[in-house]
Design a protein around this ligand. Sequence first.
Ligand SMILES: Nc1ncnc2c1ncn2[C@@H]1O[C@H](COP(=O)(O)OP(=O)(O)OP(=O)(O)O)[C@@H](O)[C@H]1O
Length: 202
Amino acid sequence: MSTKLPIVVLSGPSGAGKSTLLKRLFAKHPDTFGFSVSHTSRNPRDGEEHGKAYWFTTKDDFRKLISEGKFIETAEFSGNLYGTSVQAVKDVQDAGKVCILDIEMELLSQIEQGVKQVKNTDLNNTCTFIFVQPPSVDELRQRLEGRNTETPQSLNARLAQAEKELEFAKTPGFHDKIIVNDEIDAAFEELEGHILAVMGKK
Ligand SMILES: Nc1ncnc2c1ncn2[C@@H]1O[C@H](COP(=O)(O)OP(=O)(O)OP(=O)(O)O)[C@@H](O)[C@H]1O
């Protein structure tokens, strides 16, 4: 049996439960999955190791790498560049692991294009797009409030963004799997089942 090592792209509104689900996935399958190390042009913070937290790069070098087609996605946040390189994904696959990308909605189309355009035959570019959806916006509000991470302003911003994401998720054919995270055990089983199926293990 050939076992494929796909790229798993997880997206969904803030508070939908992506981190919670991924934590379970890594705990249950400690050697199967990995996160790629992103590039950033921001300065390292205390304790952040080059090649572990990020690949720290100057803006000029970063732009040169972009022009050479070395990234599957890039974005700018507060004046700094961030991105996932083809090599970073390949490093995870070379270690025999399924690469998980936890990605914002705005970057999904870039990823789709980026992965398609990867000519490097060494990179297995089978990619599955999973959307984690809250049962309702009201429930999402309660979870974000329960997490105690938000100010009233950031809560409202996240809920407004969530409405956009829920609309986008209706785009026919974009996501391979939509998981409504209502009851956590059921949502986890769906996530695990889908990924194992894509890997050809189920
Ligand atoms: N099925 C569930 N039922 C109830 N609460 C849940 C469920 N899934 C997650 N939660 C809770 O909802 C909150 C948000 O979950 P989590 O932090 O995993 O979201 P996230 O999608 O990773 O958000 P972000 O994108 O902001 O990191 C957490 O407090 C978590 O414990």
